[in-house]
Design a binder for this molecule. Structure first.
Ligand code: ZN
Length: 245
């Protein structure tokens, strides 16, 4: 069965040129990202964005591997600076960079999936997401200004390709995950995420769903959801690569 499905994948993707893709599971180590306790049966379990992001990133990698060279910025639970995540992409001369994150809100109700690419915007809700994901505590004064200039330069270089990649992945996630699970489609959005700027190549940041929404979190923890989500992301990437030729 496994051989059969591998052959099918190869036939389906035969006209896609192999690319180098870096998948970046957000956070790690002491940086948990979003976290909360969730009641599972009688137990209260601590759920952290870093772990869920790693599980999903590994599954995405597995689905892209038959066609592409795929690397993770971390394979275990350890802290990796945003700069180091970017240098991994640079060293490998990666074609694409995909950062995986789980959203959170101070309210219980917000839910849904969204996809970001690097660009300027005036959306105050997006600014809150940026604060969470850019929160590394190391950018101050001049360094911050230099990073902002770097970001401006990179936007003009990568915005078209990143936007197309974001739309392709988001479309597949909507079709294969959003619709069947009746998730809210929060759209493809511009955002100023340092990890996307530093990556210096077509890059997107995925916010899979809301950890702060109990129903959505339980769903994201299921292997069925994770498998479907990973497949959707892989299909979105391959679709983008096909149309780009
Ligand atoms: Zn995150």
């Amino acid at each position: 069965m496994k051989v059969f499905s591998t052959v099918l994948i190869l036939i389906f993707n035969f006209n896609i040129v192999a690319k180098t893709i870096v998948i970046d599971p957000g956070h790690g180590g002491d940086d948990h990202g979003a976290k909360r306790f969730l009641k599972l049966g009688k137990k209260k379990v601590l759920i952290a964005e870093k772990n869920l992001a790693l599980d999903l990133a590994k599954k995405i990698k597995k689905r892209l591997e038959p066609t592409h060279k795929v690397y993770l910025t971390r394979t275990v639970d350890r802290e990796v600076a945003l700069m180091d995540r970017a240098s991994i992409a640079e060293k490998l001369q990666a074609d694409l960079f995909i950062s995986v994150h789980i959203n959170a809100s101070s309210k219980k109700k917000p839910r849904g999936f969204e996809t970001y690419y690097l660009d300027n915007h005036k959306d105050s809700a997006v600014k809150k997401v940026e604060e969470l994901e850019n929160n590394t505590g190391t950018f101050e004064g001049e360094e911050l200004i230099i990073r902002q200039i770097l970001t401006e330069l990179l936007i003009s270089k990568t915005v078209d390709t990143s936007k197309a990649l974001a739309r392709s992945i988001h479309g597949q996630v909507h079709k294969q995950v959003g619709r069947p699970y009746k998730m809210i489609n929060r759209g493809v959005k511009p955002g100023l995420f340092f990890v996307l700027a530093l990556a210096k190549r077509p890059a997107v940041l995925l916010e899979v769903g809301f950890l702060s929404n109990s129903k959505e979190l339980k769903r994201m923890l299921s292997s069925e959801f994770q498998d479907r989500y990973a497949q959707a992301v892989a299909d979105g990437i391959n679709q983008y690569l096909k149309t780009k030729k």
